[in-house]
Design a protein around this ligand. Structure first.
Ligand SMILES: Cc1cc2nc3c(=O)[nH]c(=O)nc-3n(C[C@H](O)[C@H](O)[C@H](O)COP(=O)(O)OP(=O)(O)OC[C@H]3O[C@@H](n4cnc5c(N)ncnc54)[C@H](O)[C@@H]3O)c2cc1C
Ligand SMILES: *[C@@H]1O[C@H](CO)[C@@H](O)[C@H](O)[C@H]1NC(C)=O
Ligand SMILES: *[C@@H]1O[C@H](CO)[C@@H](O)[C@H](O)[C@H]1NC(C)=O
Ligand SMILES: *[C@@H]1O[C@H](CO)[C@@H](O)[C@H](O)[C@H]1NC(C)=O
Ligand SMILES: *[C@@H]1O[C@H](CO)[C@@H](O)[C@H](O)[C@H]1NC(C)=O
Ligand SMILES: *[C@@H]1O[C@H](CO)[C@@H](O)[C@H](O)[C@H]1NC(C)=O
Length: 608
């Protein structure tokens, strides 16, 4: 059986774009950026001359690329039959999109104010939209430093792009210069990593050292070959050294070994002043703390990440099931029952994903290094309950045992040229971390479940009729049993303070993601309505989980009071560190630390 994980399916639907809207809460403090100017735009005299661009291009070894929407040759006067046929073949695949400077994975971020260049309709115009104007396909550290310095000197809008998976559109921007890290892919494992500047007696650790363009599929293979495992995500084409870890980074191994941030031993980063800095427990500790949870695209350009690795698993059980019913109330009953079992499943060591739609539930749960009978005992009673209800079908329920993590990962994940289309659509999501103690109560578990079911219904009602009831990310939600265990233990052991990760992660058991999407041709006004519906519907869940928050990497791009939702009590310190290392705000991104000093389009410092 080959099934892609639900996270992939979330990205799989074809649909068009995001309303910029009022993105930021009013900054609660004075503006420290007084005296700074708005970013230099191409229409202005401050824009570098062609001689200046040309000189810069030489500095970066000719790696400067004029950048356009990826489907340009399918449109209007740019139309080129042969090129367009090639574009059509790759357009809906993550692997192909990643190889180009222009696109990101979710096309809603490539448009601006309803204008863009999506799909293949030749009569539709091709507008640059939210696509950068120029890209540096960086190869060396010197390329990165030169790009940072050039952007800083000319006051350009700079974006950092790796794979373009960002759910908040943080890896693309209109009128920007894009620093593209994707092709820096070196990965090396070691049994004896000692952080730079560590005292002499420091013992070496098993680790993997990766450049910022390394993908999880390649990192997993490298650590597997070294007989180890590393905490990464479910998707093969997400980057391991870009946004993933600095935002948190959850995966099937998290209850056993913590989040990705808990496993970072060292970051190497180019800061806004163009300097290369090594941050770890012994030097630049404030930067190290900030980069472990404070989010990417904010404190500098990550050049290299060192992650702790762990011994290979003895075995891994994978429980899969599909439950369907034409009757949504039956699905509600089964989902509520499942929510009430999460505390027990978490204590038993399970992790995994469960995808819930109005007529369908898909289970993908994992149990590591435990007897097979324990895996059965965990999921059987729930499946039996589902089977006992009339008008319900339980299908394909299997528990498969794999000898190691990599074999499982390869089975569940399509590679390049395999699998279903999984990118190139319009997708927005919202996140909430559900505290473990809430789920101790059967009544509260049921309330969480029914609240999510209500949120899904509201979202579906706002969607274009053509997609509201087709399979895909259309109001479905996805449970991630990814916290508890070592994620929670980090707090008890006093390790949590070593990261700037949202403290609510340590009390959570489940991270839940709700999805919405639209079609390329959906009118902008309706797109905005869908976005508003998602944001306001989630208030019901926010109310049910006071003091908790959301996962910054899989969040609502309009998350209210995001500073608190993403970072809680850590926000003020993060902002101070941001100001120390990037006083002029070179690195700005949507809902990122310190970006509340900037206008909604992030091009002008906010004036008081
Ligand atoms: C299909 C899919 C599956 C996912 N699965 C998981 C999962 O299992 N677990 C999980 O925790 N998350 C998951 N995510 C979310 C993922 O963690 C984020 O999208 C993450 O930000 C992606 O990082 P990237 O570098 O690959 O993407 P990009 O979009 O290229 O970058 C993301 C952010 O990081 C910044 N950035 C990139 N490279 C650098 C760099 N070198 N230095 C500084 N900043 C940089 C960008 O500017 C941007 O702000 C998934 C996302 C998708 C779309
Ligand atoms: C940069 O230089 C290379 C090599 O000379 C050239 O191919 C490329 O077109 C230049 N980029 C721009 C934007 O002019
Ligand atoms: C292409 O776009 C035109 C103009 O918006 C529209 O009338 C036509 O229906 C579109 N064609 C397809 C195949 O979608
Ligand atoms: C970017 O550079 C890499 C080598 O570092 C090269 O393989 C790749 O083709 C380049 N991509 C583009 C679009 O220029
Ligand atoms: C199953 O559910 C559907 C939808 O609610 C309903 O129309 C149908 O009558 C039910 N069938 C049975 C056998 O209960
Ligand atoms: C479920 O099982 C059926 C019949 O055995 C099979 O055809 C189908 O592909 C399976 N679906 C999934 C998602 O595994």
């Amino acid at each position: 059986m080959r099934s892609s994980l639900p996270v992939l399916q979330l990205a799989a639907l074809v649909c068009a774009f995001l309303a910029p809207g009022p993105a930021f809460g009013a900054p609660e403090e004075h503006n420290v950026l007084d005296g700074l100017q708005c970013r230099c735009l191409p229409s202005q005299p401050c824009w570098p001359s062609s001689a200046s661009w040309s000189k810069f291009n030489q500095t970066v070894g000719g790696r400067l690329i004029s950048t356009y929407p990826v489907a340009r040759e399918c449109h209007g006067s740019f139309y080129d039959k042969t090129r367009c046929e090639d574009i059509k073949k790759g357009y809906f695949f993550d692997h192909w999109r990643q190889l180009q400077p222009g696109p990101v994975q979710h096309v809603n971020w490539e448009t601006l104010g309803g204008k863009g260049c999506l799909g293949f309709n030749q009569t539709q115009p091709c507008d640059q939209g939210n696509v950068p104007l120029l890209t540096v396909n960086v190869s060396s550290v010197a390329d990165i430093q030169a790009t940072v310095s050039f952007a800083s000197k000319h006051n350009l809008r700079l974006v950092i792009k790796n794979t373009g998976h960002d759910f908040l559109g943080r890896s693309t921007a209109a009128n920007s210069l894009s620093l593209w890290t994707y092709f820096r892919k070196r990965i090396a494992t070691t049994d004896n990593f000692i952080p730079e500047g560590a005292p002499k007696e420091t013992k070496g650790e098993h680790a993997v050292v990766l450049e910022s363009g390394a993908l999880w599929k390649d990192v997993y293979l490298a650590v597997h070959q070294a007989g180890r495992i590393a905490v990464g995500g479910a998707d093969p084409t997400v980057g391991a050294g870009g946004g993933f870890c600095s935002g948190g980074g959850h995966g099937v191994l998290s209850p056993m070994h913590g989040l990705c941030v808990d496993n970072v031993l060292q970051f190497t980063v180019v800061t806004a002043d163009g300097q290369l800095r090594v941050a770890n427990a012994y030097q630049n500790q404030d930067l190290f703390w900030a980069l472990r949870g404070g989010g990417a695209g904010t404190f500098g350009v990550l050049v290299e990440t060192v992650l702790r690795t762990h011994p290979a698993l003895e075995q891994i059980h994978y429980a899969f099931a599909l439950i369907t019913s034409p009757d949504p109330t039956k699905i509600d009953m089964i989902a509520s029952d499942f929510w009430a079992r999460q505390v027990a499943l978490g204590k038993a060591g399970f992790s995994g994903y469960c995808f819930v739609d109005s007529n369908l539930i898909m289970l993908q749960y994992y149990l590591l290094n435990a007897p097979f009978a324990q895996a059965q005992a965990g999921v059987r009673p729930w499946l039996d309950y589902a089977r006992s209800l009339s008008n319900v079908t339980v299908m394909n329920d299997t528990i498969t045992t794999y000898p190691d993590y990599y074999t499982l990962f390869r089975m569940a994940m399509p590679g390049p040229g395999e699998g279903n289309p999984n990118a190139g659509g319009n997708l927005i999501i919202a996140s909430r971390l559900i505290p473990a103690d809430l789920l101790e109560s059967k009544e509260k578990s049921e309330e969480v479940s029914l609240t999510l079911s209500g949120i899904s219904s509201s979202i579906k009602a706002s969607l274009p009729a053509a997609i509201a009831h087709t399979p895909g990310p259309n109001g479905q939600y996805l449970m991630h049993l990814m916290a508890g265990g070592q994620v929670a233990a980090a707090a008890q052991q006093g390790h949590a303070d070593k990261t700037s990760l949202l403290p609510a992660w340590r009390k959570a058991l489940i991270h839940v993601v709700v999805t919405a999407s639209w079609e390329d041709r959906t009118p902008l006004s309706q797109q905005r309505r869908i976005q508003r519906t998602l944001t306001t519907a989630m208030d019901r869940l926010r109310k049910l989980t006071p003091g908790s928050g959301a996962y910054t990497n899989e969040a609502d791009p309009e998350e209210p009071r995001w500073q608190n939702a993403f970072w809680g009590k850590n926000y003020p310190r993060l902002r101070a560190i941001k100001r120390k290392y990037d006083p002029k705000g070179l690195f700005v991104c949507r809902l990122c630390v310190g970006s509340d000093d900037w206008s909604d389009d992030l091009n002008c410092p906010r004036r008081r």
